[in-house]
Design a protein around this ligand. Sequence first.
Ligand SMILES: Nc1ncnc2c1ncn2[C@@H]1O[C@H](COP(=O)(O)OP(=O)(O)OP(=O)(O)O)[C@@H](O)[C@H]1O
Length: 232
Amino acid sequence: MIDIHIERKAFAASGRAASHTAIAGLELHLAEHEFVCLVGPSGCGKTTLLNLIAGLERDFEGHIQFHKTNTPRLGYVFQEPRLLPWRTVRENLALALPADVEPALLDKLLEIAGLTAFQHTYPTRLSLGMSRRVALVRAFAARPDLLLMDEPFVSLDAPTAARMRQLLQDLWQRRPHTVLFVTHDLREALELGDRIVFLSPPPARVIREMTPPPRPRDRDTLERLYRRIRGD
Ligand SMILES: Nc1ncnc2c1ncn2[C@@H]1O[C@H](COP(=O)(O)OP(=O)(O)OP(=O)(O)O)[C@@H](O)[C@H]1O
């Protein structure tokens, strides 16, 4: 569905900061409806890669080619929920719905995310976990061809993060989109991904790929895999 070849992405020197090559010789292919997790050390260039794919950064050597359409619908879930504070939960979601989507889908999504009772609440009155749930559901409501997710569950407490991962899997299994999900957390990647792609320290390139067992994956299998990869 998408071929990514980043020959080189560098940031120019600025002030006292020297120029920095963030990505070099990175090759990645995403199949339609595939859920790919991207794991790599801090500062290796994961967010930069998502920004290149999203077209937020355009200055690089290489190419990013979408095969199904030249104008793919992209979704981007950031670490911060980025909701419109002057709109209610329902209005935030409604704004994301494409014109060709049944409005009833909104009620369904609110229900799946456990947000029906909060649909008329403004974002400032939501907890971080709830705001992230809204951001996640909003991304699915937009029915993107490719959904980019940049550590969307970081800094949540463990039970909330587990519920978010479950919600993400529920949404994705109802309607599988192609997902590129960045995480520091190998356990999270093993739980979620069809494929896990490991990036090198900067400048980023792909150093390893692996395919976890088919879903559903039980805790023990995931833990064994985790220990094997970590070399324990
Ligand atoms: N706009 C920018 N100007 C200059 N350097 C930048 C810019 N954006 C990112 N960088 C540098 O590029 C490198 C990669 O940054 P990036 O945010 O992509 O890493 P990351 O893997 O997402 O990090 P983390 O896991 O900590 O979020 C870092 O060294 C960063 O300082």
